[in-house]
Ligand binder design. Structure first.
Ligand code: UGA
Length: 448
């Protein structure tokens, strides 16, 4: 049994909010701190600022149970807990490096408001060496404030949440990585995470630098699997193989496995593109040229425009004045996140060619509009069927469940068959052929 602990989470973005809610759900008392007053006011009203299945319900439940509170008052938030998590953003700089200004600013704030010793966990995804910088920043500020007698430990504690399944991933983690050299605080850390151990201890202790690299190595490994499969899909198309058969064939080998080997129109999101670039940047800083990572990134860029090439070749370079239905805008299903979404490049290519787009996404239309601005050549539809109305072709960029059976419903009811460009291989080429639909998947050639 573990007893309730007070925890402060700084930053109510994706990672901070999910982790805070999961701590609260496990019975810890959690205070969330953010400088954004509007966001905190909305959270205090039980309104969720991001779309993530299960989140809103858990916020309301835990706020009502007084396990969870939101504030902009740094002094109150930092004073109230010994365990402080930093979960603020680390956006990419132009050169691919991570911008650490928010993390280091928070480190200063912690030093300014602490009046007793603290355990500071760095949850934000930060390059190798950042925990040492956080430690130095806190130390320096404490010296300036004549509070150097206060003790603190900085702990690297990366997150491994997937958008769309974040609550579940956080509640049932595969592992909890703890980078910490201060063995005296191990028991306290174990205690904090004890509620997340289901069948066995999930906490893995290691040194700080190894924990920092573990986060990047995990995301880069996953991105590598995807780019590898996307490269295979290009080869498959040219030699006349079906990548989906190949995927099943190789996945059966337990050394390879079935996870994360789905070819598609490229990986997006806030993590893979940013983290691959950041690790390339960090490697170059230590005079190492990472060849695999550079290729992973390059293959992904090519893959994001691959569907456009199929469209171009089908219409023999003439898409001017044509209308394209686009199903799926988000970078993956079950999220409204548009960051680095392949759909953005597809839309841009279509508009550049003089085409019109009828777009449908169950969640991400508003975010897409916010990125692209109002444009008379794009119409955001309320239903997937509306997007097909008058379309010359259908392009699928995200594998939302509601699209999967659509070949049998919406498409077969169209007056006239239109070509389908399936960026997620969700349709059955044989069925498409049977319906007389020209079907272009990824790595499957053309079925007519
Ligand atoms: C990713 C990792 O999966 C998480 O473990 C990690 O914690 C997170 O980044 C992070 O660093 O915060 P996420 O970006 O939410 O999570 O999304 P994924 O489900 O990993 O998908 C990323 C992209 O890869 C999507 O565009 C998806 O469509 C694509 N993908 C994924 C493929 O093209 N093929 C696959 O087989 C799997």
């Amino acid at each position: 049994m573990s007893s309730s602990i007070s925890v402060t989470v700084i930053g109510t973005g994706y990672v901070g909010l999910v982790q805070a809610i999961c701590f609260a759900e496990m019975g810890h008392r959690v205070c969330c701190l953010d400088i954004d007053e509007q966001k905190i006011a909305r959270l205090n009203r039980g309104e969720v600022t991001i779309y993530e299945p299960g989140l809103e319900e858990l916020i309301r439940k835990n706020t009502a149970a007084r396990h969870l509170s939101f504030t902009t008052d740094a002094s109150e938030a930092i004073d109230s807990s010994r365990h402080i998590l930093i979960a603020v953003g680390t956006p990419s700089e132009e050169d691919g490096s991570a911008d650490l200004q928010h993390v280091l600013k928070v480190a200063q704030t912690i030093a300014e408001h602490m009046s007793e010793s603290k355990l500071v966990y760095v949850k934000s995804t930060v390059p190798v060496g950042t925990n040492a910088k956080v430690s130095n920043t806190i130390h320096q500020r404490l010296v300036e404030l004549d509070k150097q007698h206060l003790e603190f430990s900085v702990i690297s504690n990366p997150e491994f949440l997937k958008e769309g399944a974040a609550v579940q991933d956080c509640m049932r983690p595969d592992r909890i990585i703890i980078g910490c050299e201060d063995t005296a605080v191990f028991d306290e850390i174990r205690h904090l995470y004890m509620p997340f151990n289901r069948n066995h201890d999930k906490v893995m202790f290691m040194d700080c630098v190894s924990a920092e690299l573990t986060k990047y190595a995990a995301n880069c490994m996953l991105a590598t699997k995807i780019s590898f499969m996307n490269e295979m899909s290009q080869i498959a198309e040219r030699v006349g193989a079906d990548i989906e058969q190949v995927r099943l064939g190789i996945g059966a080998d337990p050394r390879i496995g079935y996870h994360f080997i789905y070819p598609g129109c490229g990986y997006g999101g806030s993590c893979f593109p940013k983290d691959v670039k950041a690790l390339i940047h960090s490697s170059r800083e230590v005079d190492f040229e990472p060849q695999v990572l550079a290729s992973v990134e390059a293959v992904n860029q090519l893959q994001k425009t691959h569907l456009l090439e199929s469209v171009d070749s089908h219409f023999k370079g003439d898409i001017k004045g044509r209308t394209f239905a686009l199903w799926g805008l988000a970078f993956k299903p079950n999220t409204d996140d548009m960051r680095e979404a392949p759909s953005l490049q597809i839309i841009k290519g279509l508009l550049d060619g003089g085409a019109r787009v009828l777009a449908y996404d169950p969640k991400a239309a508003d975010n897409c509009r916010a990125i692209l601005g109002e444009n008379s050549a794009i119409t955001y539809c309320d239903h997937k069927e509306d997007a097909l109305d008058g379309a010359d072709a259908l392009i699928v960029c995200t594998e939302w469940n509601e699209f999967k059976a659509a070949d049998m419903n919406s498409l077969s009811q169209l007056k006239q068959a239109i070509p389908v460009f399936d960026g997620r291989n969700i349709f059955d080429p044989d069925y498409m052929r049977y319906q007389g639909i020209a079907y272009y998947g990824i790595g499957r050639g053309l079925s007519v």
